[in-house]
Design a protein around this ligand. Structure first.
Ligand code: PLP
Length: 223
């Protein structure tokens, strides 16, 4: 098996031609393992549980940019916000408003992605595409005081059917384009986060600017 450091180097070479960035998804992995990736030059890491992020972040170098990628409970916003360079998983307007309120209170400028649900599984969270279109068409983002919406995040259906996966990524990219044309004045709305260990190549081909990869870098997780 390759080392974590080698995997990071290989992924960088693979992703670089697409102009995308790598989020190394380090959930369930120890600070020691994260440091192997850090020492290989990786700076963006993804975590999906508030408690885990809050425990790990202070033990690791401060130039790590933590991306929160899990469902966020509203009572965790205050703890997570100071550690998160980006919250990729905003899945309700209520959560967005809370993040913004907390950003104002704490003097932070939260950066977020709106999570969209295009996959077949009902268990996955996120806005439906038409809900996000409506959110932007009605310019609800204009009420935000501290928060910067940088783009959208989504997951493809968990299936071996590559055509379905590609169709899901195309749907995410189309939604991104729709939002951009609805709101051409939306500044810094430039991020499409999609693709994981099993499907990142398809995501890159379909225009991902961020890919979130865990297992293929760190090996299987011990839950
Ligand atoms: C865990 C996770 C990933 C990484 O999944 P792998 O299959 O291990 O690469 C990506 N995105 C989200 C939202 C996750 O929760």
């Amino acid at each position: 098996m390759n080392t974590v450091a080698q995997n990071i180097k290989d992924f960088r070479l693979e992703i670089h031609p697409y102009g995308a960035e790598l989020v190394a998804v380090s959930k369930f992995h120890t600070p020691e393992v994260i440091m192997e990736a850090y020492d290989a030059g990786q700076r963006i890491f993804g975590e999906n549980r508030a408690q885990e992020l809050v425990e790990k972040a202070p033990q690791l170098p401060s130039d790590i940019r933590w991306h929160f990628i899990g469902h966020m409970q509203t009572n965790k916003v205050r703890a997570v916000l100071p550690h998160a360079a980006m919250i990729e998983s905003v899945d309700s307007t209520k959560l967005l408003q809370l993040i913004d309120k907390e950003g104002v209170r704490a003097g932070l400028k939260p950066r977020v992605l709106m999570q969209v649900h295009v996959a077949a599984e009902q268990t996955k969270s996120g806005f439906l595409p038409e809900e996000l279109v409506e959110f932007f068409r009605s310019r609800q983002f204009e009420s935000l005081q501290a928060t910067h919406i940088c783009g959208i995040m989504g997951m493809a259906t968990n299936t071996d059917d590559r055509d379905r996966v590609r169709a899901d990524f195309k749907a995410i990219h189309n939604l991104f384009d729709t939002i951009r044309s609805l709101c051409p004045d939306l500044r810094g709305f430039d991020t499409i986060s999609m693709g994981m260990s099993g499907d990142y190549m398809i995501a890159l081909e379909e225009g991902a600017t961020l890919v979130r990869i865990g297992t293929a870098i760190f090996g299987p997780r011990q839950y």
